[in-house]
Design a protein around this ligand. Structure first.
Ligand code: SF4
Length: 320
């Protein structure tokens, strides 16, 4: 399976099956905190970077097994880059809705919403999680390193417009990096935008996994708490979540049988292709039954050079 990964036990969404629409890092940003790696194609052009039919066929083959459908709560459309840049995005969303009947979530960097066609396609989703890390051009450029075709004012206009048109759940994610977009001035600018949007949740995040650039640093727990409290006060009625704290995962865990172990190793590799994980993350996502068990899966992969480790802060991450 090239475009389907998981299911994983997502902190935000429950048991979620991921659909990755892009074959490599195609994005209109090159964020310093990106977990996927450097953007290989920095573009604002929508295109059929992978044949839409190929993705649809993979979805159909996956769900031919009814047990797989029963095992998930939600389908999450994402990408190793920005998913709305795939020109088949709307077709794929519509197909997923029709064939699975499950709620669909979309993770997007939120930069393409001035495009009316993208807004129309996104309207099919049940949950849209766009990002807005900064409403100040200096911080936006430093943190998200946009393609020259992007204009921050237009991105913000698109987000505001979409938030009022869209009928589903809208969770705005804000990632804060120390010394880059965590100043009072940055927060004032963000709040000015939030005041014009309709959002259901604000998801506050920081650099919690090995970033693309070593100078992308997490904000302190104390600062995160302060900012969270401030946003909560300024946005009554909106739920403010601290993603960096690792909210409890919906507990749908069950023990893994021996027959499933080979599949799990494959799934762990697929997951690590997309984002670095700690042993604890892997244990939680795949219900391995403890860190010792995770070690049994990972040690041979490390020895064979299929995966490697990298330390970030006090945590050891596994990555491809
Ligand atoms: S974090 Fe998301 S938006 Fe930023 S470069 Fe990576 S894939 Fe693109």
């Amino acid at each position: 399976m090239d475009h389907i990964f998981g299911p994983v036990n997502s902190r935000r969404l429950g048991r979620s099956l991921g659909i990755d629409l892009l074959p490599k890092k195609i994005c209109n940003l090159n964020c310093i905190y990106c977990e996927v790696g450097a953007t290989t194609t920095l573009t604002c052009e929508r295109g059929e970077y992978v044949a839409t039919e190929e993705i649809l066929a993979e979805i159909d083959a996956y769900f031919a097994d009814a047990d797989r459908l029963a095992a998930i709560d939600i389908v999450t459309v994402t990408a190793s880059g920005e998913p709305t840049l795939h020109s088949g995005f709307g077709t794929i969303l519509a197909h997923l809705k029709e064939t699975t009947g499950k709620p669909i979530a979309v993770l997007t960097n939120g930069t393409t919403l001035m495009n009316a066609q993208v807004r129309k396609e996104l309207a099919l989703a049940d949950v849209v999680i766009p990002s807005l890390d900064s409403a100040r051009i200096e911080s936006f450029r430093k943190l998200d390193r946009p393609a020259t075709c992007l204009d921050l004012g237009e991105i913000i206009q698109g987000l505001i417009l979409f938030s009022h048109e869209y009928q589903g759940k809208l969770w705005l994610e804000i990632l804060l990096a120390r010394g880059i977009n965590d100043s009072d001035e940055d927060l004032e600018a963000l709040q000015a935008v939030l005041g014009k949007m309709r959002v259901d949740r604000i998801q506050l995040n920081t650099v919690a996994r090995p970033p693309l650039e070593s100078f992308a640093l997490p904000v302190s727990e104390q600062r995160l708490q302060e900012i969270s409290a401030l946003l909560q006060e300024q946005n009554p009625g909106v739920q403010v979540d601290l993603l960096a704290q690792g909210a409890p995962t919906k507990d749908t865990a069950s023990a893994v049988s021996a027959d499933e172990q080979v599949d799990i190793v494959d799934e762990i590799i697929q997951m690590l292709k997309r984002r670095p994980c700690t042993a604890a993350d892997i244990n939680k996502i795949f219900h391995c039954g403890g860190l010792e068990k995770v070690e049994q899966y990972l040690a041979p992969l490390v020895r064979s050079g299929k995966i490697h480790t990298r330390r970030h802060g006090d945590r050891l991450y596994y990555l491809l």
